[in-house]
Design a binder for this molecule. Structure first.
Ligand code: BTN
Length: 273
């Protein structure tokens, strides 16, 4: 008997018919090519599209990474998508959403492909010591209120070659699995997992319920990390996160420092992880 090979068909129709989530990704905006799904979704959010709207692009010409970096997002090579939220909690809590998204992507990859990734604090997904997914959360506020949050997710699915600058630190699912991934199935998996984890997050508007799940997947856990602050750096042992997603780093004298995401960068002592 012949084995049926499932092709990675990635069209608006295919994506729409793959969705089984309740609200996340149910209003789909699909681009063959765009500058950045984060930019487009911010524009749509200003125009009033509902929570759960998902902007997906086959290709981004100006993909944005964290810290003002660009994000390589060529046609056919990955999932480039942004999800819109309109939460009622305080803006200070929004940075935790990136950690929730990392959990959702990890679970979806596991469920859809069987492959286990790990999380590099706060929100990179890594496989074989290299980055496979990045998340960029952007927010618009008004006074003490959130107007909207855009969670941009980039998953390298089909990339086989990388630009020189990221060759040592980036990989793709296809390279890890040795076979292609059906992106529409994975997009749906991420949206379903997002609904599950976000539901848990909303119970206390923090990571208290998700903390153990996160720590289990944390690649840095019980490893030496270098914390790079502007104009200062120190080394310690990463122990996990606290209820608000700060990294707990134990110093040699036993004192535990909390590291907030933002301008801080955490590296392995010998490299990226
Ligand atoms: C990082 O630097 O790790 C974050 C990368 C985030 C990339 C995604 S791809 C979809 C969305 N649109 C963007 O322009 N960026 C995010």
């Amino acid at each position: 008997m012949k084995t049926k090979i499932l092709k990675d068909v990635y069209t608006e129709a295919e994506l729409a018919s793959s969705m089984t989530s309740c609200w996340a990704g149910r209003n789909l905006v699909f681009f063959k090519e765009t500058d950045s799904t984060n930019i487009q979704l911010r524009r749509l959010a200003e125009a009033g599209v509902p929570e759960g709207t998902l902007a997906v692009a086959c290709q981004q010409t100006a993909g944005k990474g964290r810290r003002g970096r660009s994000w390589v997002s060529s046609d056919g090579d990955g999932i480039w998508m942004s999800l819109l939220l309109r939460p009622g909690f305080a803006p200070e809590r929004a940075s935790m959403l990136t950690l929730v998204a990392a959990l959702a992507v990890e679970q979806a990859i596991k469920q859809v492909t069987g492959f286990s990734c790990q999380i590099k604090w706060p929100n990179d997904l890594v496989a074989d010591g290299k980055k496979i997914c990045g998340i960029l959360t952007e927010m618009s506020t008004e006074g003490q209120d959130i107007r909207y949050v855009v969670i941009g997710i980039g998953i390298n699915t089909g990339m086989k070659e990388f630009p020189r600058e990221i060759r040592e630190t980036a990989t793709s699912l296809e390279l890890c699995l040795g076979r292609p991934v059906r992106r529409s199935e994975l997009v749906n998996g991420v949206m379903c997992a997002w609904e599950e984890f976000y539901g848990q997050f909303l119970k206390n508007c923090d990571l208290s319920i998700l903390r153990d799940a996160y720590d289990c997947r944390l690649v840095n856990r019980n490893r030496s990390v270098k914390v790079l602050l502007p104009g200062n750096e120190y080394t310690g042992m990463a122990r996990g996160i606290d209820d608000v997603g700060q990294l707990l780093v134990e110093m040699e004298d036993g004192q535990v420092r909390t590291v907030m995401s933002g301008e801080v960068s955490v590296r392995g002592v010998y490299g990226y992880v």
